[in-house]
Write a protein that binds this ligand. Structure first.
Ligand SMILES: Nc1ncnc2c1ncn2[C@@H]1O[C@H](COP(=O)(O)OP(=O)(O)OP(=O)(O)O)[C@@H](O)[C@H]1O
Length: 514
């Protein structure tokens, strides 16, 4: 599918630093062996020199060799200095590796890939280590970001070192800044050189949110940051337009590449946000077009998501070279800040009753309710509209403006309860969503993780309630496992349910209308 990059013979020409780091990072046994053999060499050389030193000492007393003494000892001193320097460097490197390992452990960062740069201690290191400039640092401070989150600590230095990466970190843990910030540092300032960075997101809402975040981070810098709207994709005169950073959904970008001859050959950074979604069947063809169009050989690609199945990693490896893999916490797990609950509602009718009951007992807005389809979203909206709740709905049948309004009103607190399909399940950053209700059982563990991840963001706690019926029983264990992995209690009988082969769960459900 993708242009295959043959693997570089990575372990043939490694520097000492690389080798030692590889050892630290737990390479394959054969790789370790080769490193160990090479590492042993300086020690052996040291011994030889010692022996040689002894020989010289013995002959020093014999006058016939006196004439050559000063020349030999000068050479010796030089060699000794070199050995000392090398050993000092090695010691310092080992100390640094130790410090990195301690820090990674502290923040739950797991990495693989050779010679990954040290994690950030704090944002000020962006200046001392990467000369990122005062303006961008000031923007961070103005946005209230005091400390980097774990994914930012590791992914920012990786990308600033021009290394490709795939990164998996919990929902709401600051992945957006982790890919936006290095991109802004690297591009330095606006130019009229064509598009230099592309960010792909699976939905329009997320593209729009990412564009906004990017503009906030780049405040005061003269970057041209553009969101690929439908109008722009259809009518944009890209040859005349100056764009540094383009944010788009894959379909719109593919359309512009094909029909408007959009030139992406100068793109230096390509980010695939929610990458596992983008590698799903519906998108993969579009992603392929974009990846091919971004033909700059020195492009740095990065993949970010809260869920990264092995299959996606394998596929991603075919388009990436020498990538660093960063996992924060446990791979494919829900945020530990969310209190999760499973509630048996018996039947479809029972679900509506359970929902009304829970709203009567306590409604703590903002609340997000996820359903399986746009038809069901409309139905549930019809039901709740006449209850005394400020409710709204968002799904793919609404116009762009209606979708934007629904998101804005929810953000502003005008809407208390937003009913949604999975169109806003990924990436959307609503501040302080108190509760996510899965009115319809999610179609997969990944869908569950992303849906409930609209709550419990940026260090805040949240709650998630998942309603289930008899129809959902076979899929219960899958979700229960995610809950257990993130520290929630689940009745043991659920965990003892038979294991199902992974497949999507979209049962035909009875109408919500009563
Ligand atoms: N260093 C930081 N300190 C405090 N807050 C931060 C920091 N970085 C990001 N945030 C805030 O955390 C929230 C979540 O960030 P973001 O949307 O990037 O999460 P995410 O990891 O991409 O989540 P998702 O997987 O759902 O897409 C945002 O409101 C963002 O402004």
């Amino acid at each position: 599918m993708y242009g295959f990059h043959p693997m570089k013979p990575r372990f043939l020409h490694l520097s000492l630093q690389e080798k030692v780091k590889n050892e630290e990072e737990g390479k394959e046994p054969e790789e370790l062996n080769s490193v160990a053999v090479e590492k042993a060499e300086p020690a052996v050389a040291g011994k030889k020199r010692k022996r040689k030193g002894k020989v010289f000492e013995n002959v020093e007393g014999i006058s016939v060799f006196k004439g050559s003494k000063s020349a030999k000892s000068a050479g010796d001193v030089k060699r000794k200095n070199e050995v000392d320097k090398e050993s000092l460097e090695k010691k310092e490197l080992n100390r640094q590796i130790e410090r990195d390992a301690i820090m990674r452990k502290k923040y739950g960062i797991h990495i693989s890939g050779h010679n990954a740069p040290s994690p950030l201690q704090d944002f000020s290191e962006l200046n001392t280590r990467y000369f990122c400039g005062a303006r961008l640092l000031r923007n961070l401070a103005e946005l209230g970001f005091k400390e980097p989150t774990p994914i930012q600590r590791q992914a920012i230095p990786v990308l600033l070192s021009n290394r490709e990466c795939f990164a998996c970190a919990p929902t709401g843990s600051g992945k957006t800044l982790a890919f936006l910030y290095p991109l802004l540092v690297k591009l330095k300032h606006g130019m009229k050189d064509g598009i230099r960075a592309v960010i792909l997101c699976p939905t329009r809402e997320l593209s729009s949110q990412t564009t906004r975040e990017c503009k906030k981070l780049a405040k005061g810098k003269k970057f041209r940051i553009k969101l690929m709207t439908k109008g722009l994709a259809r009518n944009g005169d890209f040859e005349k337009m100056h764009i540094d950073i383009l944010v788009s959904t894959p379909l719109r970008l593919q359309f512009a590449i094909r029909n408007k001859k959009l030139d992406l050959s100068r793109v230096e950074y390509l980010v695939l946000d929610e990458s596992d979604k983008l590698f799903e069947l519906g998108f993969v063809n579009q992603i392929d077009s974009v990846v091919k169009a971004c033909s700059n050989p020195s492009i740095v690609r990065s993949l970010f998501s809260a869920t990264l199945p092995d299959s996606v990693e394998e596929l991603a490896r075919t388009i990436m070279h020498d990538a660093v893999r960063i996992i924060v916490g446990r791979k494919n797990s829900a945020s530990e800040l969310i209190k999760q609950k499973l509630v048996f509602a018996g039947s479809e009718e029972g679900k509506l009753m359970a929902l009304r009951q829970s709203f009567r007992e306590s409604l703590n807005p903002p609340v997000l309710i996820f359903v399986q389809s746009k038809e069901r979203a409309k139905e549930l909206y019809g039901e709740l509209l006449f209850d005394d709740i400020r409710v709204d709905v968002i799904h793919a049948d609404l116009s762009q403006t209606q979708r934007e309004d629904a998101v804005d009103n929810f953000r502003l607190g005008k809407t208390w309860v937003l009913i949604a399909t999975d169109v806003i399940a990924r990436g959307m950053d609503f501040k302080g969503v108190n509760c996510v209700i899965n009115f319809d059982f999610p179609e997969s563990a990944a869908a569950y993780i992303h849906r409930i991840g609209r709550s419990g963001r940026a260090g805040r706690t949240g709650e998630a309630i998942t309603l289930y019926t008899e129809d959902d029983m076979p899929f219960l264990r899958n979700i229960a496992n995610v809950m257990v992995a993130s520290g929630c209690e689940v009745p043991s009988w659920i965990l003892a349910l038979p294991k199902l082969k992974r497949k999507k769960h979209r049962p035909t459900r009875e109408s919500i209308l009563v």
